[in-house]
Design a protein around this ligand. Structure first.
Ligand code: ADP
Ligand code: MG
Length: 267
């Protein structure tokens, strides 16, 4: 990996879609694990009060979390924990985070808290290559914080009926964040999740997505794969739980596609 791929410190990607159950957390954990597998240093920020990314990566101790980072101004290095995956760390979350939305309302910098927290250290001396933010299933202040902090938004799209419907609302929020706070925010891409190639509906969703969004849609599709859904109960990414499963292979392909894209941009 040449340094060209990250000319300005870590690349920060918000994994967002206001629909629940579309594969945000699964994508955040497994894409992070796949990037770490290539030797990169990756941080996951759990920004969902449900804490699924933290559970899925086996984090039991949650005394200091994203809540302390955002609400109590805790330093970043005090809230980061290593996972069992080499190169992969996480800022965990608990249900405490659900009240942050309201508690932060009076704070003038409320949309910039994650942005500022992630930039406590000079970006170019930062210890991470990638930071993936696992967003909650809503377009609330937490998700706005993720979009203000990020360079780009990665959108998991479940291959199901009405999949594209929520996208216009998401795109509108991205436009608003660009106007108000983060003019350079890009759309990293849309990734089809829980894809079943024998299912007509999956094929139709893919066609609609590619017709409407063109190059924004990743070539890689994440198949529906039972090993992917089993892995979190073993507190592991599917890449560790079953490295040869179709789900693990797909997330490695997604990481490779992402890296190829970023190298191209930097070159
Ligand atoms: P979100 O974070 O958007 O709410 P999750 O990543 O938690 O969505 O996924 C919702 C459910 O679908 C979880 O139970 C997860 O294990 C399952 N799931 C996600 N991706 C896949 C997949 N590719 N194959 C099978 N099950 C999946
Ligand atoms: Mg989730």
């Amino acid at each position: 990996m040449s340094d060209l791929s990250r000319p300005t410190g870590p690349r920060i990607i918000a994994v967002a879609n206001q629909k629940g159950g579309v594969g945000k957390t699964t994508t955040a954990i497994n894409l992070a694990a796949a990037l770490a597998e290539t030797g990169l240093r990756v941080l996951v920020v759990d920004l969902d009060p449900q804490g699924n990314a933290s559970t899925g990566l086996g984090i039991e101790d949650r005394d200091v979390t994203t809540y302390e980072l955002l609400v109590d101004d805790a330093p970043l290095n005090a809230v980061i924990q290593e996972t069992s995956i080499p190169g992969l760390s996480i800022v965990p979350a608990t249900v405490d985070l659900s009240s942050a939305d309201i508690e932060l309302m009076a704070n003038e910098k409320r949309s910039f808290l994650l942005h500022d927290a992630l930039r406590q250290t000079a970006m170019d001396s930062f210890a991470w290559d990638y930071i993936l933010i696992d967003c909650p299933p809503s377009l609330n202040l937490l998700t706005v914080n993720a979009m203000v902090a990020a360079h780009s938004v990665l959108v998991p799209l479940q291959s199901e009926f009405f999949a594209l419907e929520g996208l216009s609302q998401l795109m509108l929020t991205i436009r608003e964040v660009r106007q108000a706070a983060n003019p350079d925010l890009r759309i990293e891409g849309v990734v089809l999740t829980m894809y079943d190639k024998r299912n007509n509906l999956s094929q139709q969703v893919e066609k609609d997505a590619r017709d409407n969004l063109g190059e924004l849609v990743f070539e890689t599709r994440i198949p529906r794969n039972v090993r992917v859904s089993e892995a979190p109960s073993f507190a592991l990414p599917v890449l560790s739980y079953d490295p040869n499963s179709l789900g693990a292979i797909a997330y490695r392909d997604l990481a490779a596609e992402l890296l190829k894209k970023h190298n191209k941009i930097a070159a």
